[in-house]
Structures are given as structure tokens and as C-alpha cells.
Design a protein around this ligand. Structure first.
Ligand code: NAI
Length: 332
């Protein structure tokens, strides 16, 4: 079986880290044909927008995508490339597993949690207007349909991944209609899964509980804005944005992506850490059921991290992107 996957290399360090990822996957014998498509600055240069229709069509056709970080030119009236991708393809689940990695020094050990973020609504619906000069209104959109479908996805995912505890974290005491509806959907759908432990937790309590002891959490379900913030916080618990993978998943379409940005400060220097994009590609392999290849690459990565001789600068080492990548390929 060959998989055709849309590859959006992205901006800044994007081409460096996606090239490194493709090299590792080729060495592991992953049966993937890449279909390159523009996005970010490349999209603007070639098609006038950061997320061109051609790129969306490619993902729609292949149903699978891998994406490097994208730059949305500021102050030029462009809608964020990432938000456009999620909304146009209706990728309603923001999926981010966060796990303690061997060899990476962090204040916590044994973190193994997943953040699930509703990706399409909330303040990210982008509905704002100026009511009178100096007063603006930004709408927080919350529909029962969106709340129920992410709750359904979450519980179904937990059923077959064996995760058994979920916290739904909102601010329902302050935003009773929007956040209350999200919570209601969670409880309604969750009633069908008596073997999964369900808890409600105010999102501000979640923040301090994560700082005290993140190991007590398994799955976190959040709306768009809270999920954006708390999933970055969760990444910080295990070594930062450079090591955490992510995926945007809808019904039968999924785009996998690193959660870090274009890192303009180190772009073009060949020193970026490719681990986040590589781990996102491993999520893709898991998504299509290629567990054997995924586990083989993951073992090679862990060995390199454990040895600690070929780590990039952000992980406290002195290796460059190529050195780190070659070390993984040697292990394979
Ligand atoms: P950033 O994640 O690009 O950089 C923050 C810091 O982390 C920098 O010091 C950078 O060098 C470092 N860093 C990030 N990834 C790294 C890696 N793989 N290896 C080593 N070091 C790494 O965040 P920033 O500076 O806020 O954003 C820069 C640009 O990226 C902006 O244009 C922003 O819009 C875009 N961005 C795109 C995202 C996406 O496409 N998913 C997500 C976040 C930001």
C-alpha cells in the first residue's frame, strides 16, 4: 500500500525540518508518496494567499497532509493560513499528545496526556465588529453540533486507545451559555461510555493543577481558545514546542503538523530540531494503522535522545539538523 500525502513544507525552518522528516521516513521504508503543495509565504508568492485553493484541493484529494509551520503576513488583511486550513477542511479536532521523552530534562517525569481542542468555533470564528468608536464586539460562537461532534470523537478515540479518564475544562460559571453548552454535550455523549471516568474542571483550576502535578491527567477536552493556550502549556511540561507533535483531524481528513512556528531567528542555519514534525509524521502513520513502522522510528528517536550525543541546541546539545537526523537513520 502506498499513501499519497500532501506535503506543505512551510516557511522559515519548515523546509529544513520537513526535509529531515522525509529522509527519516524514507530510511524507515514508510510507503509514502509526497505531493508538495504551497502554503504560507510560498502560497502568497505563487497564488496571492497563504492557503491557496490548490493546496486545499490536494489535501481533500489525498485525505492526508503533513505541514511545516506557516507564516501569515501581518497587517495585510490575510486570514491565518492555519485557521483557514482547519475551517475550510472542517478539521474540528486539535489533537496533541504530550509525553515525557527519554533524555530530555524537565521538572516532571511520567507525563502522558492528550489535549483535545475544538478547532472551528469560539473566538476563532473571526466575527468581530466595532459597535461605536472605541468599542468592539468579538463573538464567541458555540453550537451544540460542534460540541457534540468533538465529544463523540473524544470518547470514541478513548474507547480504542485505552485512555480511561477525561477532564472537560471550561469557564461555565462565567460563560454559562457557550461553555455550559459545551459541558452539557460532554455529559450527554459521555453517558454512553460508563467505563470512562469523566470530570468537569474549571479551566483556571486546570492551569494550576497542571503546574503542580501533570501526571494525574489523561485526556483534556477544551474549547478553541482555552485549548490553544493550555495545549502550549502542556507542551512546556515535556520539553517545549520543538518536541511536541500535533494533528488537525476531521471526518476522514487529517493534517499533521508541528506546533511550533517558523522560528525566523534560526531559519536557514540548519540547526532546527526536526523532532516535532517527525513526531507529527509518526502520528500520521499511527492514524493509518502503520504501527510497525511508527514504532520502529519512535524506538530509533528514543535511542538517540537517551544517548544524548546528537541533540540539537534547543535540547541542550550541539548537533545540527543533519547530525540529529543522521543519528536517527543510523539507529534505524
Ligand atoms: P516560534 O515557535 O517560531 O519560535 C519560538 C522560539 O522557539 C524561537 O526562539 C525559535 O527559534 C524556537 N523554536 C521553534 N521551533 C523550533 C525548532 N523546531 N527547533 C529549535 N528551535 C525552535 O514562535 P514565534 O517566534 O512566536 O512565531 C514565528 C512565526 O511562526 C510567526 O509568523 C507565527 O505566526 C508563526 N507560527 C506558525 C505556526 C504554525 O504554522 N502552526 C504556529 C506558531 C507560530
Amino acid at each position: 500500500m502506498q499513501y499519497r500525502v500532501t506535503l506543505i513544507k512551510g516557511d522559515g525552518i519548515g523546509p529544513e525540518v520537513t526535509d529531515a522528516t522525509c529522509r527519516v521516513l524514507a530510511a524507515a521504508g514508510a510507503p509514502i508518496d509526497w505531493e508538495e503543495a504551497p502554503g504560507g509565504a510560498d502560497g502568497v508568492a505563487r497564488f496571492g494567499v497563504p492557503m491557496p485553493a490548490e493546496t486545499l484541493a490536494s489535501v481533500r484529494r489525498n485525505r492526508l497532509g503533513l505541514k511545516g509551520p506557516l507564516e501569515t503576513p501581518k497587517g495585510k488583511g490575510f486570514r491565518s493560513a492555519n485557521v483557514t486550513l482547519r475551517q475550510e477542511l472542517d478539521l474540528y479536532v486539535g489533537y496533541r499528545p504530550v509525553k515525557t521523552l527519554p533524555g530530555i530534562r524537565t521538572p516532571y517525569k511520567g507525563v502522558d496526556l492528550v489535549t483535545l481542542r475544538e478547532n472551528t468555533e469560539d473566538l476563532y470564528a473571526g466575527i468581530e465588529h466595532e459597535v461605536t468608536p472605541g468599542t468592539v464586539l468579538t463573538l464567541k460562537v458555540s453550537t451544540r453540533r460542534a460540541a457534540e461532534r468533538i465529544a463523540n470523537w473524544s470518547f470514541e478515540n478513548m474507547r480504542y486507545t485505552g485512555r480511561r479518564r477525561i477532564h472537560c475544562c471550561t469557564k461555565a460559571a462565567v460563560v454559562p451559555l457557550a461553555d455550559g453548552a459545551f459541558q452539557d454535550a460532554f455529559e450527554k455523549v459521555g453517558a454512553g461510555y460508563p467505563y470512562i471516568q469523566k470530570d468537569l474542571l474549571p479551566v483556571d483550576n486546570l492551569a494550576f493543577e497542571l503546574a503542580l502535578d501533570p501526571t494525574r491527567f489523561d485526556v483534556l477536552l477544551l474549547q478553541n481558545l482555552y485549548g490553544d493556550i493550555l495545549s502550549d502549556l502542556a507542551a512546556g511540561l515535556v520539553g517545549g514546542l520543538g518536541v511536541v507533535p500535533g494533528a488537525n483531524i476531521g471526518d476522514r481528513i487529517a493534517v499533521f503538523e508541528a506546533v511550533h512556528g517558523t522560528a525566523p531567528d534560526i531559519a536557514g542555519k540548519g540547526i532546527a530540531n526536526p523532532l516535532a514534525v517527525l513526531s507529527s509524521a509518526l502520528l500520521l502513520l499511527e492514524y493509518v494503522g502503520e504501527h510497525r513502522i511508527k514504532e520502529r522510528v519512535e524506538r530509533a528517536v528514543w535511542d538517540v535522545l537517551e544517548e544524548g550525543r546528537h541533540l540539537t541546541g534547543d535540547l541542550g546539545g550541539t548537533a545540527n539538523t543533519a547530525g540529529f537526523t543522521d543519528a536517527i537513520i543510523d539507529k534505524l
